[in-house]
Design a protein around this ligand. Structure first.
Ligand code: ADP
Ligand code: MG
Ligand code: ZN
Length: 493
């Protein structure tokens, strides 16, 4: 993907074209039962401040204990990304003051993270570390006025929720590429089962770091950071808007200032949250209340044992074992629900057996296209075995593609496991190309004299109206190739 064109980046004058450079920081809420450093259960919409204890409220004298399950899930992420897993990693305190941070510091990992390096698709991973989430501020505005001032409330239920932060190298070059890659990451994390990866609910949040540089340059430009975007569309739009903003600054001879920005999806505007802080502003120091995380063979084996097949591996297997095209294999592997349906259909041992590629095409094409937007095939009435048998019948030319689509419509409406029964009951079976079909073709040729004349003169495309009539007459049961052959035969063309 090295030839990606950065969206919206034009010639800045002078030395030539600019190139966008993008690196992502992704916060993933881990699917543990309890919080990162205490025994409080994770909160899913409970009344505010009902899932708290002295540790996650930051009361003096309370002591944190690292959540073993969070470490386990962090290791699974590291293994999936091909990271180097640190035999020993430690937690640091990142100090800053904010109302959603009762201790005055966040416990995170700094220079000795759990995982380093790795890659996913064509993007290198810089690191993966564990940390705790902040609490939630609820801005009540005028409705919660106290002493004449607008009020904000703090809900500490979320405070202390375990997060894995995944940091990429600056390998992305375009807004669409960034959102596509993030989709791959989300599918991978979902398949791993380490998070529910629900973006609307904030289980997956993304910061995008963006800079521009002259194309061909090796040095990085000054970057800005777009904070906390929680939908693929906003990420794409936000990055595009920020590229345009930087481009305008540079075109006017100005310099980009390193800062943290907020993209407002409603207005499309970008505003500054704060000028960029440096690491030393946070007075990082090792958390004295926690022992280092020491990974042993047992923990690694447990993490490995918990990993199911990942999308990239599944795509490779579908190509290798079933001979699917690269594109089909990726569609099925990256859309887990389609891959599962496909494999169920293959495993159903339907009669007649469908070719794998044909089955993949019918699932990703006709079936998905006919189901209501967003419905999983497995939630439809079409049994994998029934679709497999139908595709098998198409492959054996016992039903035409057009008629098979009608059968599929019946299966979607009424379910059932026997497409052959539907074909027989509705008379949708392929015509055997015998005299009946030849007669219908002859009638269609006779009724379309203009088209017939042009086909005779060698214009193969003119065949359309004649085929159309045959298909109407036969209700789509005739085999298209056979019809074309008969037309040409009868016209001597
Ligand atoms: P910070 O210390 O500001 O958080 P890091 O070096 O840790 O910066 O990088 C944070 C993220 O920003 C990473 O995803 C990294 O790939 C990306 N990044 C770093 N420098 C640039 C740059 N000049 N342009 C675009 N992205 C960058
Ligand atoms: Mg950062
Ligand atoms: Zn707690």
């Amino acid at each position: 993907m090295s030839d990606h064109k950065p969206g919206g980046v034009a010639d800045a004058g002078g030395d030539g074209e600019l190139e966008a450079v993008i690196g992502l920081e992704i916060h993933v809420q881990l699917a543990t039962r309890t919080k990162m450093f205490c025994g409080c259960e994770l909160s899913f919409g409970e009344p505010p401040n009902t899932r708290t204890c002295p540790v996650c409220l930051g009361l003096p004298g309370s002591l944190p204990v690292a959540n073993a399950r969070a470490v386990h899930l962090g290791l699974m992420i590291g293994l999936a990304l091909g990271s180097e897993l640190a035999p020993r990693s430690i937690f640091h305190r990142k100090n800053y003051f904010y109302p959603d941070l009762p201790k005055g510091y966040q416990i995170t990992q700094y220079d000795e993270p759990l995982c380093r390096g790795g890659e996913l698709g064509d993007v290198r991973i810089h690191r993966v570390h564990l940390e705790e989430d902040a609490a939630k501020l609820i801005h009540a505005g005028a409705s919660g006025r106290i002493h004449g001032s607008d009020t904000s409330f703090v809900d500490f239920n979320r405070g202390g929720t375990p997060l894995a932060e995944i940091v990429t190298e600056p390998d992305l070059r375009a807004p669409e590429q960034a959102s596509e890659w993030l989709k791959l990451l989300r599918t991978t994390l979902r398949q791993l089962g380490v998070s529910d990866v629900n973006m609307e609910e904030g289980s997956l949040r993304c910061d995008a770091n963006i800079s521009l540089r002259p194309r061909g340059s090796e040095t990085l430009g000054v970057k800005t950071e777009l904070k906390n975007m929680n939908s693929f569309r906003f990420i794409e739009r936000g990055i595009r808007a920020e590229i345009a903003r930087q481009e305008e600054i540079l075109a006017g001879g100005g310099q980009v200032v390193q800062e943290t920005l907020h993209f407002d999806p409603a207005s499309g505007s970008i505003t500054s949250l704060r000028s960029k802080e440096e690491a030393h502003d946070y007075r990082y120091f090792p958390e004295p209340d926690l022992v280092p995380v020491a990974i042993d063979d047992g923990m690694l084996a447990a993490a490995r044992a918990d990993m199911s097949e990942l999308p990239a591996d599944r795509a490779e297997r579908l190509q290798r074992e079933l001979g699917l095209s690269v594109d089909s294999a990726q569609v099925l592997a990256f859309r887990t629900e389609l891959g599962d349906y496909f494999e169920a259909a293959v495993a159903a041992r339907a009669e007649p057996a469908p070719p794998a590629q044909g089955l993949a095409n019918w699932i990703a094409g006709d079936l998905v296209g006919r189901l209501p937007e967003g419905q999983d095939p497995s939630d439809s009435r079409v049994e994998p075995r029934a679709l497999a048998a139908l595709v098998g019948l198409v492959a054996e030319r016992r039903v035409s593609v057009g008629a098979a689509r009608q059968v599929l419509d019946r299966l979607i409406e009424g379910g059932g496991s026997e497409p052959l029964a539907i074909i027989e009951a509705e008379g949708l079976g392929a015509m055997d190309g015998g005299s009946e079909l030849a007669e219908i073709v002859a009638a269609a040729v006779a009724a379309n004299t203009d088209a017939a004349e042009r086909v005779r003169e060698g214009n193969a495309k003119a065949i359309g109206p004649i085929v159309g009539q045959v298909m109407r007459e036969t209700k789509g049961r005739a085999d298209g190739t056979e019809v074309a052959r008969l037309i040409h035969e009868q016209l001597g063309a």
